[in-house]
Design a protein around this ligand. Structure first.
Ligand code: D41
Length: 680
């Protein structure tokens, strides 16, 4: 039924397209959706149906026309009408300062005032592209290529929903070329890779490769299935029209025309504000939805840019200030098993040293055997090592295409590599454990480290290395032995003078004055973290009461379930543990009585939910701090939640809090709150 469409259909099609363009603009450029995805899809389907009945009504800018049906034989070439310049890099504050100095010196000779205003933007780690619009319609897309000539990726760019096919507004230039960066948001990249793994398909090494690989598909139907996005950061060739005098205003015009602009772009004045911007974005880097490798500073004023000009292929008026890479490629030399305090065997990859995220990394955790098998990490493999924020470096993935011949899958050892006791692993549990208990030297060392740690007995000056030395020489076999050390024996140790030996003995002595929660945490009872230790102490009041409790009694403690209760009771029934406690008390450990009621604490009545990763403390520690201040800590967000504390990579709980308008605290705000509530 294709004949000529009646006027009602024509106007209906037009109306649908206008609506869809508007909703697209609100969603992508303004980040303020006007309708739900389902409503949008319903309108799009309606339009598609009408166009199906009346193909003569289809226009290239119709929202239905993002995906063509015929793959290309090869990409055509596009000569850029204005070269796509490259960016100089700066890897240090010093380099950025000298960039600014050069800019100011050149502008001073032209009589410009300082300091200079810069447009500061995150530098996305994606693929630079150009998009051309004629009379407001998208006509051509190209890769940057060598800056002079790129590849024609018009069909691929059309599939990116946030790139408008038709521009809005009246005073559009006849020809407008914009430039920007195509990228795959981090979350979509992770999901894409997970789905590819599930289907047994090839995964991408990082979001940048994912974006590049997706754009370089000759079949745009494949590109269309890839979750790509684009930020526009500038303009190229412009005909019959004028652009504003500054980068800041240009970005505003581009947004008004329908382009998606990076919401983190700012105008800053002078180099110190540039550096502050660098630090601010750097601190939030892990939380940004997209991967960046630096920030870009661009002289804001077009006239000043013209005065500065460019050298070779890079403008003198812009520079990329790079962050240290968070991911690098290296080779696994060996895989060893570390034995933890509870006997848990942690596979650790020994790596060819590599500079990642600002430090040299030569070890990376592989977490557990399930993880090793999932990632299939083998000795000899090339791997991507990731380090984000302060977390322990980890092996993100293996580059299978680089695997040398003759590698073998990693096997769990049958015996503990330290003490030779049998290793056990339940079918369902991810962790394998050494069954040696305190007869395993590794478990003993870790037990003492945990006991002396800051959040436990807090023995100042007794660091991990020292504990390892003391255990190796056999002077210390149990936490209780610490109180039998004398300064003379300590002074024998390597790198230990008489003075520091005396100081350490004093510190060990002083640490006898502790608190019941610290002691309970320090004992290292399985599943008893700081929060549980505090809850146990507050519920039972005395060590004797806790020791006498049975499983039912321990389960009365808030948030303690049957598994934890069984662990606690078993720990106190064990003869060796009882002997340890006895010796600790004999050594003089003591603590003030527990306040079981009375002052309810400054945060009493408030309910907190913790989500995401805090950089400065564990979740257990955050929970314990809140509970000390009287707050309740819950696992799920509801209308009864008073605050949500959102660390890095906060997900659905943060979204839920926002949808319920519950106040959200970031890490600095949370620390402020803790500080002020511990003072009051
Ligand atoms: O986000 C980016 N990757 C980015 C790249 C950006 N925000 N701004 C950029 N500005 C330029 C100039 C100053 C030359 C217009 C760039 C790039 N260039 C660029 N990307 C790849 C090569 C050059």
């Amino acid at each position: 039924m294709s004949g000529r469409a009646p006027g009602t259909v024509v106007s209906k099609v037009q109306r649908l397209r206008e609506l869809l363009h508007r909703y697209n603009y609100a969603y992508h450029a303004l980040d303020a959706p006007e309708v739900s995805d389902a409503q949008y899809d319903a309108l799009l389907e309606e339009l598609r149906a009408l166009e199906g009945q009346h193909p003569e009504l289809i226009t290239p800018d119709s929202p239905t026309q993002r995906v063509g049906a015929t793959p290309l034989a090869m990409f055509g070439e596009v000569r850029h009408r204005l070269p796509m310049l490259s960016l100089d890099n700066a890897f240090s504050e010093e380099a950025v300062r000298s960039f600014d100095r050069r800019v100011r010196e050149r502008l001073a000779t032209a009589g410009c005032e300082e300091p200079v205003r810069y447009s500061a933007e995150p530098k996305l780690d994606g693929l630079a592209v150009s998009a051309t619009y004629e009379n407001g319609l998208f006509t051509r897309g190209a890769t940057r290529g060598d800056g002079e000539t790129g590849e024609d990726i018009t069909q691929n760019l059309r599939t990116i929903a946030s790139l408008p096919l038709k521009l809005r507004g009246k005073d559009l230039p006849t020809v407008l070329e914009v430039r920007g960066e195509v990228f795959m948001p981090k979350a979509r990249f992770e999901r894409f890779n997970a789905e590819a793994t599930a289907r047994g398909e090839k995964t991408f090494v990082n979001p940048r490769n994912a974006a590049a690989g997706s754009l370089r598909q000759l079949d745009a139907r494949i590109t269309a299935k890839r979750p790509l996005d684009i930020f526009i950061y500038g303009t190229g060739y412009v005909e019959d029209g004028s652009l504003p005098d500054t980068q800041g205003e240009t970005l505003a015009s581009l947004r008004a025309w329908g382009f998606k602009i990076c919401p983190e772009s700012r105008i800053v004045t002078g180099i110190d504000e540039c550096l502050r911007y660098f630090a601010d974005i750097g601190a939030r880097r892990a939380q940004l939805a997209y991967q960046i490798d630096g920030v870009v500073y661009k002289v804001d004023d077009q006239e000043q840019r013209r005065l500065l000009g460019f050298v070779a292929r890079a403008p003198r008026w812009a520079i990329a200030h790079k962050y240290p890479a968070e991911e690098e490629t290296t080779v696994v030399r060996d895989i060893e098993f570390q034995v933890g305090r509870t006997g848990a065997l942690t596979p650790v990859a020994r790596l060819e040293p590599v500079f990642v995220g600002g430090v040299t990394v030569s070890n990376a955790t592989l977490h557990n055997m399930d993880e090793v098998h999932r990632k299939d990490v083998r000795v000899g493999d090339s791997v991507i090592v990731r380090r984000a924020g302060d977390v322990i470096p980890e092996v993100a993935r293996v580059l299978l295409e680089r695997r040398p011949a003759g590698t073998r899958p990693l096997a769990l050892p049958a015996c503990c590599p330290v003490c030779g006791s049998p290793v056990v692993k339940d079918e369902e549990a991810a962790v394998a454990r050494c069954t040696g208990g305190r007869s395993c030297p590794a478990q003993r060392v870790e037990e003492i480290k945990h006991f002396a740690a800051r959040r436990a007995l807090d023995i100042r000056g007794l660091g991990d290395k020292l504990i390892e030395q003391l255990c190796a020489t056999g002077v210390v076999r149990s936490p209780a032995d610490l109180w039998h050390l004398d300064a003379a024996a300590l002074a024998e140790l390597e790198r230990m003078g008489e003075k520091s030996a005396q100081k350490l003995v004093k510190a060990i002595h002083a640490a006898r004055a502790t608190t019941l929660p610290r002691l309970l945490y320090g004992l290292g009872i399985r599943d008893v973290g700081e929060a549980t230790a505090l809850a146990l102490a507050q519920h039972f009041g005395t060590l004797q009461a806790l020791q006498a409790a049975d499983e039912d009694g321990v389960q009365q403690v808030p948030d303690v379930g049957p598994v934890v209760a069984a662990n606690v009771v078993a720990w106190f029934r064990d003869t060796e543990n009882r002997r340890l406690l006895h010796r600790l008390l004999e050594a003089g450990l003591h603590w003030p009585p527990i306040q079981r009621s009375g002052n309810p604490g400054p945060l009493a009545g408030k309910t907190f939910v913790l989500t995401g990763t805090l950089s400065g403390m564990t979740r257990e520690a955050a929970q314990a701090a809140l509970q000390r201040a009287g707050a309740r800590v819950s696992g799920s967000v509801s209308s009864k939640t008073s605050y949500v504390v959102a660390g890095a990579e906060a997900g659905s709980k943060l979204k839920k809090a926002q949808s319920l308008s519950i106040p959200v605290l970031d890490e600095p705000a949370f620390l402020d709150l803790l500080k002020s509530s511990s003072r009051s």
